[in-house]
Every structure is written in C-alpha cells, then in structure tokens.
Design a protein around this ligand. Sequence first.
Ligand code: SF4
Length: 700
Amino acid sequence: METEVKTTCPYCGVGCGVIAKVGDDGRVSVKGDPDHPSNFGRLCSKGSALAETIDLDGRVLHPEIAGQMASWDEALDLVAEKFADAIEKYGPDAVAFYVSGQLLTEDYYVANKLMKGFIGSGNIDTNSRLCMSSSVAGHRRAFGSDTVPGTYEDLELADLVVLAGANLAWCHPVLYQRIAAAKAARPGMKIVVIDPRRTMTCDIADLHLAIRPDGDVALFMGLFEHLIASNTIDQNYIAEHTGGFAEAFAAASALSFNQVLELTGLPAMQLREFYRLFATTEKVVTCYSQGVNQSSSGTDKVNAIINCHLATGRIGRSGMGPFSLTGQPNAMGGREVGGLANMLAAHMAIESAGDRDRVQRFWQSPRIAAEPGLKAVDMFRAVADGRIKALWIMATNPVVSMPDADAVEAAIKACPFVVVSDVLRETDTTRHAHVLLPSLGWGEKDGTVTNSERRISRQRPFFDAPGRARADWWQMAEVAKRMGFPGFDYLSPADIFAEHAALSAFENGGNRDFDIGAYETTATAEYGALQPFQWPQPAGATPKLTRFFADGGFYHPDRKARFVAIEPPAGNRTDSRFPLTLNTGRIRDHWHTMTRTGKSPRLSGHIAEPFAEIHPRDAIEIGVAEASLVEIESPHGKVIVRALVTERQARGSLFVPMHWNDQFAAAARIDAVVAPVTDPLSGQPASKNVAVRAGRFRAS
Ligand code: SF4
C-alpha cells in the first residue's frame, strides 16, 4: 500500500516541507509540501533529488568496536566506561562532544543535557560554530539575547532587500525563488548583493557591490555615518529603545569616506547609490549568511548591520530588519537547546548564575557546567594537545570540514578514545573511530528541526530503522543511564520534545524570548501530528506569531537594544609569499562533504569535480589555462583542483567549493588549506579570507 508522509528537507536552513511517497514496490518519490509555510510546494535541485540519496549503500548497520561487529550492549558499555574513566582521572573537561546542525532538536537536547547537566562540562560544540555563531554573538550584544527577528515573508514585503555575503541562489535556493517571485510581481522592489564574487544571486540584483574580503564592517560603518549625516535616523527610536549610540557614532565618524572606499574597494558611485537606496527606503531587510559570519570580524559585521537598522528604527516591523540565515537544517534548533559551548538550554546564558541554577533545578542534575566550554577550533586543539581524552563525534565529518583539516585529522587519530555516530561506515572521520555507532538517516529519523525563521517542523520516518541503527538521542540516553545518571528514561522523541518545551517555559525561561510552553504536554499522538509553527508559542497564547521587538523592547536588563562601537579590521591577509585570497563556499547541488548528495548522479552532473574560480588576469600571471590543474597552498596544506577562469571572480582572489574530500577526488580537501583563524568573540573560523598562493600543477 502506498504511504505519504509529511516531513522536512534535511539540507539547508530554509527548512522546506517535503511530501515523501513510498510506493507498493518500496520506491520513494518526493515533492514539495504545498501547505508548508516555508516553501509552499517548492523544492530546489537538492530537495527534489532526495529520493536518489537514501539507499543503504555504504551504511553502517551495526555497532563496531575497533572495526569489528559488536552488540549495542558491548558498544554502549564501553563508551560509558571510557567516558567515566576519563572524567574520574582527569575531570569533566577531559571529555567532549562534537555534534552537528544535522542532528534533530531532540538529539541535541539530550547531548546538551548529558554534557552540561550531568557530566558537568561545557565541552559540547557543533559544526554550526562554522555556520552562524557570529550571528549568535552579534544578536546577544545588540539585543541581549540570540533572537532572530526576521521572517521569510519580510523578504517578500520589503522594498529593498540587501543580501550581504549570502549566495541565496545556490545556498538557500527556495528562499531565492521566493524573493525572485516577489520582485517579478513588484518591479519597484530593489535588491542589492554584497559579495566579492559575481554569484548567480546577482541575476536578480539591481546593484552588485563586489566588496573586498572583510570590507563589510567599513561598508556598514560608512552607511551608519551616512544615515546620520543625511538625517535619516529615527531620533525618537534611538532615545527610547537603544543605548550606546554616541559611542557607535564616534567610532563611525572616525572613518572617512575615502577610508571606506579603500577598505571596501568599491567605486564611489556604487557606494553612494547603495547608501542612497538604504537611506530613502523605509522597508529594508538586510539578510546575511556565511560571507558575514565566517570571518575574524564576523561578530562586528553583524553588529555593524544591526546598528544601521537600530539607527533608523527599521526593526520589529513587517518588511524590515536584520535577518541572519542559518546554513544547516537544524542550526537554529541547536541554538534553542544550548548546543553551543557558550550557551545553556532554552536560550539561557551559561554565564548567568540564575540561569544555571534554573536549568539545574529543572533537570534535577547533580551539577551544571560552571563556564563555557571549548568552541570547535579550540576543542580540536585540546584534542591535539592531549587535554581531551575521550571525544564523541555525532553526524558530522570534521576531518573534511574543520579548518586546518590535516591537523584535525592527526588530533582525532591520536585521541585515546573516539566514538563516532554516523549513518555511513566509511567517512574520513569514521575511519578513526574506536567505537562506531550506527545512526538513523533521513527518512528513518523522528523528531523536529527549526529553520532560519524560527519555524519548528517535524522530520518524520517513512522507513523502518535499517539493521541495528538507532536514534542519536537513544544512544546518548543509554550511555547516560550506564554512567548512572537519572533523567534519561525517554521512550520516544515526543517525551524529549515535551521536556524541552517545558524547560523553555520553566520560571518563564529566565525571561527570555524562547518559549514554546504551549507544547509542554505534547503527547505522542499530538507530536505525530505536529504542524509547522514559529516560536515563541507560550502556553495559553493564541497560536499566532508574536513579532519580536514590535514594542521596542529588547532583552538587556533595561529592555533597550545596544549600538556597538566598532573598528574596521585591516581585511587583507595576503603577503608576498601568499599573495592571493581564498574564499570557500557551497555549490548549488552538493551538500557539505557530499556523503549524501555524492550518491546522486543527477546532482553530481551539475559540477562534476572540484575547481578553483580564478580571474583571467590572475590565471595568466600564474600560468594556468582554463581546465588545467592548479595547485593551491597555504602554510597549512595544499589542494590540486581544476582551474575555472572567469571574470565572476575578483582579481587577486580564488573561490574553491568546500565539498570534495579524498573519497571523491584526491587532494581536493580545501579545508586542509584554511587557516584556523577565528572571530575572537564567536570562535567562528574565517573561511572566506585565507592567504594562499597558487600555481600550475606539475606532476613530479
Ligand atoms: Fe532543501 Fe534548502 Fe532546497 Fe529547501 S531550499 S529543498 S530546505 S536544500
């Protein structure tokens, strides 16, 4: 009998609703869910190829210890014993979890509860650190909480959409389709793209600002100054709802227009046109993604953008505001449950004694992490220098995706005890596991994810678990029980979701914005039927979205937002030895390290091999022709990829996609080249501005 299941796409942060149909013959087909408010039936190339990526080829179907088949009891006993041993001998900070924006919220919740509440360390971090942690830090500075005020509808209602460091056409394709459709219906709507590369997103742009790497802070400081000089600021809003304006103004005034030109590398006419558009358009949304976040000045970039929206009062109203987009399907869900080393559950603050006490009492846990744990780059440094004795990696492939990837691989290899939970048996990371645990994949998992506009949707199973694969939350709960911890007797993800919702509302969640208390009594049947909804959703409230900051109130103690005084970074990292700037990112049809999309011939057909985009004049200078092999090198590593000579790329820079690994192409793991430089506040790596050199590859 045919079955149809409503679920959610497991790729990007747009979070599209998918209808999966399983035919009598067991074959699966997918289509967009017309009722899902994120995509209204649309799917992009990746989403529509989902059915091609869910076979059992390459799956790990039973636990393994040292590469040998083991029972669940044997594997879980060993994990519990090794973690308990390390904690007893070296303390709770000698163990760590490195998790993923691919995990469901329920998995994330249990991982965070186990590490922060029962093991008593903050050492749980996530590959979402590489995705949006600068936005989290920027929101907390400006708003007093990590609150994303935007919705997708705002992008359609805006008269000016500014896309900063966000190639939506390839990275958030359905959102791009929604904006393109809105612009087609309303030709007066303007779109400005800020990106060093001329990406596909520029196809709908009225203005493309091909900015220098890391010129964004100067660009928005210049805009801030222009808004003041042109008297387009909202004096009443600033006086009533914000603090720190004078300091931010003083910092911006110290930067001359000529310095802005120099730091951004933009022509004066373009800069003036952008400033004019922003100043004269009331409904402006500034949307930003990895080009802003993945920077050593990522947090300052976020605050430079927010400063401009606060100065004009363009926030908290329909069709306007700053809007950070998440890269992964559940980066936002991880934020909700404290899945970052510097956050606590339910958006509470780990630095707050009151919040720590509240969460500990709710969990009835014996201890609570007293301070933030190690962020991703620092975590793998601690693995390398022997401080971490036991590491559990879930649903991610850091040997490919972390900066300085070769050093990360060496660290994992040398770690005394490594557990990896994954769906695949052979990844660059699983090969170093002492214990490999078989997890559920898309179509088998059961839980929730939250997209960029804070919309919680269900991922529902339509297949039985293959072999002995089990949910990630179950694996962690079983280890917790074996370590002697109470509070992990969950029978289903519905139990976990209800507990998570109850914590969000417990003692008013510490007066923070994330409250889905309406769902704290969610039973299994209701959970099964859960419809997509946006938070907050407090108990007793009618089910409608509350627009954040509509009343001008924020989450700092005085309820005012903060301007942040910023200094522009130098930007340029190149020197005579490494004269080119490497920028890494996604392509349209692959996802992360290609463990899923690499299975689809259709998706692989779009771009079949790794490449480096290079400007024609740079290509001549370094002696590479179109389609020849180019060697790219930094002090950290080297890759060899195909040259793609194009004027889309600015002079002095290269773009290489992040997806390929040794499994798909030799010597193409670009993160081996990326330096482990991070933003000082967010800890997010700077993957868009790496000094490298390049030359024609010569086989020796
Ligand atoms: Fe999936 Fe993102 Fe494509 Fe939507 S836009 S179908 S969530 S990859």
